[in-house]
Design a protein around this ligand. Structure first.
Ligand SMILES: [Fe+2]
Ligand SMILES: [Fe+2]
Length: 164
């Protein structure tokens, strides 16, 4: 277990969406996006909000327009609404991934395993129905795809995701 996992575990049991968070998401998501967002587990909601705060801060620092990236941050894990993963599920998958050196990925017929590894693509599929900006879909689809290098927006999203 690395440090971030421990932190994520801690957050997932202590997370609470506060009023100022709600104000923030209301500002950045429209009606149908909010509906999707609230289907995430409480800890995923909190995680996404924190990623979005970090994205906003980073964009301010670097003088980049943040509106698309904040929306992407709030919705980046939306693929997880397909099947909720508990902290225990995630711990089991992480352990199994370590033990099998990643070959557990191939068991994507198991829905929880599929969601864990492919929630970027799954999220993209969900949002495609709402005729989104291609760039937003791209960011969400590839937020765990480390083969793509040199995309500044994707780098910001991934960095902020990792920290939270
Ligand atoms: Fe993710
Ligand atoms: Fe995430």
């Amino acid at each position: 277990m690395n440090f971030y996992r421990v932190k994520q575990f801690y957050w997932s049991i202590s997370s609470k969406v506060e009023d100022k968070d709600k104000e923030f998401i209301n500002k950045h998501l429209n009606h149908s996006e909010l509906k999707l967002f609230y289907k995430l587990s409480k800890s995923e909601q909190k995680h996404s909000i924190k990623v979005a705060y970090d994205v906003e801060y980073t964009c301010k620092q670097q003088n980049i327009n943040s509106s698309l990236l904040i929306k992407a941050a709030l919705l980046h894990d939306i693929g997880k609404i397909i099947k909720k993963l508990s902290v225990i599920d995630k711990s089991i998958i992480v352990m199994a991934d370590n033990i099998t050196k990643g070959s557990i990925k191939r068991l994507s017929k198991i829905e929880k395993v599929n969601v864990y590894y492919n929630h970027g693509k799954l999220g993209c599929n969900i949002l495609e129905k709402y005729s989104y900006d291609k760039n937003l879909l791209y960011l969400i689809e590839n937020h765990h795809n480390f083969e793509i290098k040199g995309n500044k927006e994707l780098d910001i999203l991934r960095e902020c995701d990792d920290k939270n």
